[in-house]
Write a protein that binds this ligand. Structure first.
Ligand code: EPU
Length: 336
C-alpha cells in the first residue's frame, strides 16, 4: 500500500475537476484500510468512483480510495440468492456479472456510474427501481475505531436518494462489502417507466427478460445522459423536489402540463429537470460549464471548469427556479 502526497484527483472524479489531496492511497483490502487509518493524523476522506461529487477546493485530508473488490455467492435457495460484493467494485460491471448469471433485480440500475460501496449511500435509483429493493445488508469499517460494523436494511434508513450514511454516519465509514438479495427465477420485472417502455416498444420486445431490460436502460441512458469519459458530469445535479399540494396547484394553474408524481405525506414530486428547462437553462452554456442539452438536470464541464464555477452555475439555477416557482432545489451531488 503506497501513500502519495499532493496527489491530483482530476482523473478520479467524473466532473474532471483538477484538485489535489494532501495524501492519497488506494485500499484493496480491509487490512489496507486499517493500515491506512492507523498511520495518519489527517482527517480521512473516502473516495469511491467519484461520480457523485463536486470538488471546489483542494482536499486537506487523507483520501482513502475504496478499491476493495471480489464478488461471492453467500447463500442460495431454488429461487433466491445472496451475493456479497466488494465496495470498490465498479457498479455497472457488477450489474453485468449478475445479468450474465441470470440473477435478477438490478437490471434497471444498469450503467449507473460509481461503485458498489457508494450505491447505498445515496440509495441509487433509476427507471422504477432503487437499490433498497435488492439490498440485504452491508459491512463498513468505522474510520475512527477500525471496528467492522454491520448494517441491516432497516438500519440504513433508506429514502429517496438518501440513507443514514448521509446523516448520522456521514464521513465516518468506509463501506467494505455490500450484500444483495436477487432472484434466480420468476424475476420481478419493472418495465413500465415511460422512457423504458417506449424503448422496448421501439425494439418490438413485448415479453422482456432481464437482459432486454438492461439493454433498453443502457440505450435510454446513453441517449439522455452524457458519458463522463467525453463530457465531465455527475449525473443528476439536483434532487427532484417534493412540494406541498398547495404550491403544486399554484404552479399547475399556470403550467397545466407540469409532470408530477405522488410522494409521501401528501406531497407532490416534480422533476427538477422540467423546472430548470422552463427557465431556459437547458443546453445553456456559461463559461466552461452548462446545463446539458438533452437533460437539464445534468450540469456538465465543457472545458476545464473549476468546481467553484460549476457551483456558481448551480447557485444561479437554484435562485432563478426559486424566484420564479417558489421551489427550492437541493443538490444531489456531494459538494466538497
Ligand atoms: N424533464 C424535462 N426537461 C428535462 C429533463 C426532464 O422536462 O430537461 C421532464 C421529462 O420530460 C419527464 C420528467 O422530467 O417528464 C422526468 O424526466 P426523466 O425520466 O429523464 O427523469 P428525471 O426525474 O429527470 C430521475 C433520476 C435519474 C434517473 C431517471 C430515470 C433524480 C434526481 N434523477 O431523473 O437519476 O436516471 O429519473 O429513472 O431522481 C441520477 O441520480 O444521477 C440520475 C441520472
Amino acid at each position: 500500500m503506497q501513500v502519495k502526497h499532493q496527489f491530483s484527483l482530476k482523473e478520479l472524479n467524473t466532473f474532471g475537476i483538477g484538485v489535489f489531496a494532501t495524501a492519497y492511497c488506494a485500499a484493496e483490502t480491509e487490512a489496507d484500510v486499517l493500515e491506512a487509518i492507523g498511520q495518519t493524523s489527517l482527517p480521512v476522506f473516502v473516495l469511491g468512483g467519484g461520480s457523485n461529487i463536486l470538488f471546489t477546493e483542494d482536499i486537506q485530508a487523507f483520501v482513502l480510495h475504496n478499491k476493495i473488490t471480489g464478488i461471492e455467492i453467500v447463500e442460495e435457495s431454488d429461487s433466491d440468492i445472496i451475493i456479497k460484493a466488494g465496495g470498490g467494485e465498479v457498479w455497472h460491471s457488477f450489474v453485468l456479472w449478475c445479468i450474465d448469471k441470470d440473477y435478477g433485480g438490478i437490471e434497471n440500475l444498469s450503467l449507473i456510474p460509481g461503485t458498489v460501496g457508494a450505491a447505498p449511500v445515496q440509495n441509487i435509483g433509476a427507471y422504477g427501481v432503487e437499490l433498497k429493493d435488492v439490498f440485504h445488508s452491508l459491512e463498513a469499517i468505522d474510520l475512527l475505531t477500525g471496528n467492522t460494523l454491520t448494517f441491516s436494511k432497516e438500519a440504513c434508513k433508506f429514502g429517496y436518494r438518501d440513507s443514514i450514511f448521509k446523516h448520522e454516519w456521514k464521513g465516518r465509514l468506509i463501506i467494505s462489502r455490500v450484500y444483495f438479495q436477487l432472484t434466480k427465477k420468476n424475476h420481478k420485472l419493472h418495465s413500465s417507466y415511460a422512457a423504458l417502455k417506449s424503448e422496448l416498444d421501439k425494439q418490438h420486445i413485448t415479453d422482456p427478460g432481464i437482459l432486454d431490460i438492461s439493454r433498453a436502460v443502457i440505450a435510454v441512458r446513453q441517449s439522455k445522459l452524457p458519458d463522463p469519459k467525453t463530457l465531465g458530469n455527475a449525473g443528476s445535479f439536483f434532487k427532484n423536489p417534493e412540494i406541498s399540494r398547495e404550491l403544486f396547484l399554484k404552479i399547475q394553474e399556470k403550467y397545466p402540463s407540469i409532470p408530477h408524481y405522488p410522494a409521501a405525506e401528501g406531497l407532490v414530486k416534480i422533476p427538477a429537470g422540467w423546472l430548470i428547462e422552463q427557465r431556459g437553462w437547458k443546453g445553456r452554456r456559461k463559461g466552461n460549464c452548462g446545463s446539458y442539452e438533452q437533460q437539464a438536470l445534468v450540469l456538465v464541464n465543457y472545458n476545464d471548469a473549476t468546481g467553484k464555477e460549476i457551483l456558481q452555475l448551480a447557485t444561479e439555477i437554484i435562485e432563478d427556479v426559486y424566484d420564479h416557482f417558489g421551489v427550492k432545489l437541493s443538490p444531489e451531488v456531494n459538494i466538497m
